[in-house]
Design a protein around this ligand. Sequence first.
Ligand SMILES: *[C@@H]1O[C@H](CO)[C@@H](O)[C@H](O)[C@H]1NC(C)=O
Ligand SMILES: *[C@@H]1O[C@H](CO)[C@@H](O)[C@H](O)[C@H]1NC(C)=O
Ligand SMILES: *[C@@H]1O[C@H](CO)[C@@H](O)[C@H](O)[C@H]1NC(C)=O
Ligand SMILES: *[C@@H]1O[C@H](CO)[C@@H](O)[C@H](O)[C@H]1NC(C)=O
Ligand SMILES: *[C@@H]1O[C@H](CO)[C@@H](O)[C@H](O)[C@H]1NC(C)=O
Ligand SMILES: *[C@@H]1O[C@H](CO)[C@@H](O)[C@H](O)[C@H]1NC(C)=O
Ligand SMILES: *[C@@H]1O[C@H](CO)[C@@H](O)[C@H](O)[C@H]1NC(C)=O
Length: 466
Amino acid sequence: MKTGSFFALATAAAGLFGHAVAIQVDFTSPASVKSAASSIAFDLMSYYTGNQTGQYNIPGLLEQPPAGYYWWQAGAMWNTMVDYWYITGDTSYNEATTQALTFQVGDDQDYMPTNQTKALGNDDQGMWGMAAMTAAEYNFPNPPKGQPQWLALAQAVFATQASRWDDAHCSGGLKWQIFRFNVGYDYKNAISNGCFFNIGSRLARYTGNDTYANWAEKTWDWTQKIGLIDAQYNIYDGTDDLSNCTTINHVQYSYNAGVWILGAAHMYNITKSDVWKARVQGLLDQSIKIFSDNATGIIIERDCELTEPASCNTDQKSFKAYLTRWMAATSKVAPFTADQISKFLLISAKAAAAQCTGGDKGRACGLRWVHDGQIGVWDGTTGVGEEMSALEVIQSTLIGSTAGPLTNTTGGTSQGNYNAGSNAKTAASLLDDWTPTTGDKAGAGIVTAVILAGVIGGVAWMSMAD
Ligand SMILES: *[C@@H]1O[C@H](CO)[C@@H](O)[C@H](O)[C@H]1NC(C)=O
Ligand SMILES: *[C@@H]1O[C@H](CO)[C@@H](O)[C@H](O)[C@H]1NC(C)=O
Ligand SMILES: *[C@@H]1O[C@H](CO)[C@@H](O)[C@H](O)[C@H]1NC(C)=O
Ligand SMILES: *[C@@H]1O[C@H](CO)[C@@H](O)[C@H](O)[C@H]1NC(C)=O
Ligand SMILES: *[C@@H]1O[C@H](CO)[C@@H](O)[C@H](O)[C@H]1NC(C)=O
Ligand SMILES: *[C@@H]1O[C@H](CO)[C@@H](O)[C@H](O)[C@H]1NC(C)=O
Ligand SMILES: *[C@@H]1O[C@H](CO)[C@@H](O)[C@H](O)[C@H]1NC(C)=O
């Protein structure tokens, strides 16, 4: 289906938006969008107890699993709060955000804090690294001297990951897990390589240093060659080292699409090449097709939202936040996509706002923005992922009026360090010294239950492949 017809149908559906809406938004008014964003940001931050006294009072962290959220999702949330400040100008949460992003850097200042080692994936580290990168690009207030700086943190994450590039299996790629004792060490996945690609392409643009661009090219080439990106620009979740990456887990998640689109958009911005332009367009068209409801054009997490009941786990409930964040950012560095992206996101922003009618305040946001063709019905779920996704998509409708990400020659002031991350001693020594228990092995960072079960079960996940 062509995107044009999505718009007509969505407009027809807009009549439903009028009733029982507790987050009221007039999308023609920036003040109204900001006001809605501020309510949702407040509700999102109400999940954060990291700066309060009590059980979960470690700066940067959300309540921990099993009831709460893995470390990576907290990092993703701080990225949302940087986006929120940038788009709305509201500084209310800046202090908490800076404290969080600097407290969790770890002893080597590379987002590998010792407490997380037992379950640390490249993607988990990457999520925090991208938050720092966003802070650099947006000139989020720099931490005081003597504290780790945004650009250097992103460079550190990148450098540690480049050192883990694994030529020994499948002729390249990053493994999902960093430590061999973790379940998923043999999995090479789209999100880990995608985070590396995303940070590399953005560092290349920010610093003008070709080393980063070369790594980004190499990562794209490997991922495409191995089949995690196919000719139609589908992005599949991962593949297995133990089969020399000849088997692919074909499940598609929206955050995988998003992380690659924004990286490709940066490569286009740097190179201005037709090759990268075609990749950006291809990824965008395919993601719109795969991750939107056919009738309304509203974004769906297709793998887990369409079942009854929805089967999205805590991680997956947040994925639409990243697709929408990264599409919005794409529209700035690849302006030829701006019209298509803004129309696409507006449809979902309206639908997301319309269903934020749950909870005690009557404004909690749920997972599904459309359900069985219905818009404006809260699906009964609440949480960080739900609030974060609604916030990102709603505030993204104002991205057009922002200046766009900076570089170190256009006003970016964050201090970098090319040596950052080059001697990650702490993590390396932990790898040698630490013997995990069975319980430790069961913990993991970005774990989709299906994949974890699959990796444990050896080849079981391959039956998912279509
Ligand atoms: C925690 O952070 C919030 C938001 O920045 C702030 O309003 C509050 O005062 C902070 N609380 C403490 C105890 O620091
Ligand atoms: C690590 O865990 C300890 C014990 O709970 C806590 O005191 C410390 O603040 C944590 N550090 C980080 C960076 O989360
Ligand atoms: C493993 O996969 C890589 C990448 O596709 C390929 O270059 C290499 O020849 C394969 N090795 C074996 C032993 O099949
Ligand atoms: C930007 O970074 C590059 C690479 O580190 C450096 O060569 C250049 O001098 C920097 N430019 C500014 C204005 O800081
Ligand atoms: C949308 O329609 C296409 C073609 O009929 C179908 O393959 C696809 O599964 C549908 N997508 C969703 C999310 O329903
Ligand atoms: C690169 O990004 C900047 C900042 O958003 C934008 O002004 C510029 O037009 C982009 N370059 C290209 C080739 O699209
Ligand atoms: C470019 O980045 C690489 C990798 O971090 C670094 O080793 C190199 O010194 C940088 N080049 C310049 C000119 O700053």
